[in-house]
Design a protein around this ligand. Structure first.
Ligand code: ZN
Length: 135
């Protein structure tokens, strides 16, 4: 059993933004030298998240519309000290980590399953940690 860890950074430009990181995760997995196992994709952040969805411009806007509507209309207490309660809640709801299977050194995923970093409190620089485990 081997475990290879790596990471990369993503700079976002908007407060709410979806950024496709599939190619960068794939590259790390392919270079990890692990044929079969799993990959953990993790964000060490509490105001961003990871989504598996289709990278299509309309759908990305749809996602952000739905998510913003979900958390609208609340009188957030956290905003009295740090104006980003919505960002923390969306990050928790969508999730800060994903686990995907690795087969023949490649991530197993559907055609319309890209890995998107969801920024909810940008612009910021985000760290994406990749941990590949297997043999
Ligand atoms: Zn905060």
């Amino acid at each position: 059993m081997k475990n290879k860890q790596n990471q990369f950074q993503v700079s976002t430009q908007e407060r709410y933004q979806l950024v496709d990181v599939t190619d960068r995760v794939e590259e790390i997995v392919q270079k990890a030298g692990i044929k079969d196992g799993q990959v953990l994709v993790f964000l060490p952040h509490s105001t961003a998240a990871l989504l598996l969805t289709e990278n299509e411009e309309g759908l990305k806007k749809d996602w952000l519309d739905v998510l913003k509507k979900l958390i609208s209309g609340f009188d957030f207490r956290h905003n009295r000290i740090d104006d980003n309660a919505d960002s923390h809640i969306l990050s928790g709801l969508v999730g800060q980590a994903r686990i995907l299977p690795v087969e023949d050194g490649r991530i197993v995923r559907g055609t319309w399953q890209q890995i998107l970093l969801a920024e909810f409190d940008g612009p910021r620089t985000r760290r994406v940690i990749i941990s590949v485990i297997g043999s």
